[in-house]
Design a protein around this ligand. Structure first.
Ligand code: GTP
Ligand code: MG
Length: 369
């Protein structure tokens, strides 16, 4: 693996890049300014300049970046919830009902827009944040990038249907991620609904609901009439209480990108779930291979926001590109640092994709021979 360019190594050692290149030449290495150097080269060059180099493994870098808060600075935060289940069992309908009900309850004038995540106030006044991405994506795409965003999973099963393959898959995903499950027995308004049959099937895959002496909370609901949905949210909150979800709002924000796109009028629009700290207009952020200054923030009703604390989803304007879902977004101290890191990451990605291309070409040649 290559680490940094000759140029960056020079600045780390407070030397001019020309001197670095000269030293390389004297040792028989032809190096260009932006060429990335491997560990051996770095060690040899640094030694010439009187430096010892310590290489951190990826793992160590991860721990190094881990945020350690003083317990005194921690405040309660809203749970982040994903809805999963089999095709047509009512995931979208349930999300829509919950969002529309909350918009209807709130001040008028807001137009609901799809931003991939939203926060609702439950009857008891406590907030819950919903991730409005297909549950599987939330778990697979994001987890592939090492992002863990979901605290609780609602597994929807249509009460007029059965536990289906994707129901089981969703349960497996949640369990593998160690995320607690609340069961929503949906479509209870339908004449053919038979929630007991579904409870029975669930017990067959070791999901024994509380009413039957098990540990899983379940709630009969209808995404059509809205019956049971307030109770479902209260059960989610109960689960959240057990998790004691906390974060420090008084620090530089760290969050995860939920989705991003290019808007003709507004430029790059990035939906961010703030996980710790508070994101503010004017902050300089780095998100995957992109950076920028937060020009404006809005919630899912298009309402302008100046600040977004832990577990708050916001649309952010001002990035120089569209990061991918699951990319981490962090606040940086200077625009220079943000730009530099973004450029480095872009370069790495380019080099990686070039290597992949080369590999394919060689392979093709091999096949032709
Ligand atoms: P996919 O995104 O395709 O996996 O489906 P989904 O799980 O999002 O289901 P969706 O919300 O699209 O609902 C599927 C169908 O069931 C739609 O026609 C809904 O109107 C209907 N539906 C959902 N919930 C209810 C309910 O509680 N009662 C009744 N009667 N119909 C419902
Ligand atoms: Mg859907």
């Amino acid at each position: 693996t290559e680490f940094i360019s000759a140029n960056d190594l020079a600045s780390l050692m407070d030397a001019s890049v020309n001197d670095v290149i000269k030293v390389c030449l004297s040792m028989g290495m032809f190096v260009s300014i932006n060429q990335r150097l491997d560990a051996e080269a770095i060690t040899v060059i640094a030694d010439e300049f009187g430096y010892d180099v310590e290489f951190l493994s990826a793992e160590e870098e991860e721990t190094e970046m881990e945020i350690v808060d003083d317990p005194e600075d921690l405040r309660d935060r809203a749970p982040i919830v994903t809805i999963m289940g089999h095709v047509d069992h009512g995931k979208t309908s349930l999300l829509d009902y919950i969002r529309d009900a909350s918009v209807a309850k709130g001040e008028a004038g807001g137009i609901t827009q799809h931003i991939g995540a939203y926060e609702v106030k439950t009857q008891s006044g406590k907030p819950v944040t919903f991730l409005d991405t297909p549950g599987h994506e939330a778990f697979t795409a994001m987890r592939a990038r090492g992002a863990k965003v979901t605290d609780i999973a609602i597994i929807v099963v249509a009460a007029d249907d059965s536990v289906m393959p994707q129901t089981k898959e969703a349960i497996n995903h949640a369990q593998a991620a160690g995320v607690p499950i609340v069961i929503a027995l949906n479509k209870i308004d339908k004449p053919g609904a038979n929630p007991d049959k579904v409870r029975e099937e669930l017990s067959g895959i070791n999901i024994l609901v509380e009413e039957w002496g098990g540990k899983y909370q379940s709630q009969e609901v209808s995404a059509k009439t809205g019956v049971g949905i307030d109770d479902l949210l209260e059960k989610v909150l109960l689960e959240a209480e057990l998790l004691e979800l906390k974060a420090n709002p008084d620090r530089n924000a760290v969050g995860t990108v939920i989705e991003a796109s290019l808007d003709k009028g507004r430029g790059y629009v990035t939906t961010v779930l703030v996980q710790t700290g508070t994101l503010q207009v004017g902050d300089i952020v780095l998100a995957g291979p992109h950076y920028g200054r937060v020009k404006a923030m809005t919630d899912h009703r298009g309402k302008k926001m100046k600040k977004a604390g832990p577990a708050t989803p916001v649309q952010v304007l001002g990035l120089t590109g569209a990061p991918q879902a699951g990319d981490k977004i962090v606040v940086m101290d200077t625009e220079r640092d943000a730009r530099e890191l973004a450029t480095q990451r872009q370069q790495l990605a380019r080099e990686q994709s070039m290597r992949t291309k080369k590999h394919i070409t060689l392979d093709e040649i091999g096949r032709r021979l």
